[in-house]
Structure formats: structure tokens, C-alpha cells
Design a protein around this ligand. Sequence first.
Ligand code: SF4
Length: 96
Amino acid sequence: MNPTVNVENKLFFNRYVVDAGRPHITVKPHATPSAQLRALVYMCPAGCYGETEAATIEIIPDGCLECGTCRIVTAGTGEVEWHYPRGGFGILYKFG
Ligand code: SF4
């Protein structure tokens, strides 16, 4: 029997301190997202990216794992503004 890993169950152990009104990642205003930006809806391991009804991409960084995937994937497009959260905010890894 192969062991299975449920990512959602693992993420449940993390805690996140929201810096209200000061998101550490933002998506620049756009009419049509690049393929890279659109791909983040599927690539972000925390599910922070979503597609709006207007077919643009939005981010709600609450729960961000600070993995940097979105920063690297959109490095050539400049559509994502990425910073680490301020001290005392962001992800708290509880169990590894
Ligand atoms: S840094 Fe990682 S977890 Fe955070 S929003 Fe980007 S892809 Fe998602």
C-alpha cells in the first residue's frame, strides 16, 4: 500500500497572521493576464490566486507559504509585486 499525502491536511497545521490592509503580494492592474499569471491559479500551493468574473487574476495572500513560486513564474512579466511580510506577520510553520 502506497502512503498518500493530503496537502490540505498538512496546510491545516500552519498558522497565518494577517497584516490587515498591507498585503505582501499584489497583482498589478491588468486587462488580460499573461499565461504565467493565469497559471498561478493552479500552481500556488496555498490557493491564493483566483480568476475574477472579468477574467482577470486576483490574489488574496492570506495563507501564503512564502514559497516564491509566483515571484519566479512572473519574473519576466512584472505582473506581481512580491515582498516578504513585515516582521510578526505571515506564515507560522508549526510542524515542519
Ligand atoms: S509565494 Fe507561494 S504560496 Fe505565496 S502566493 Fe506565491 S505561489 Fe502562493
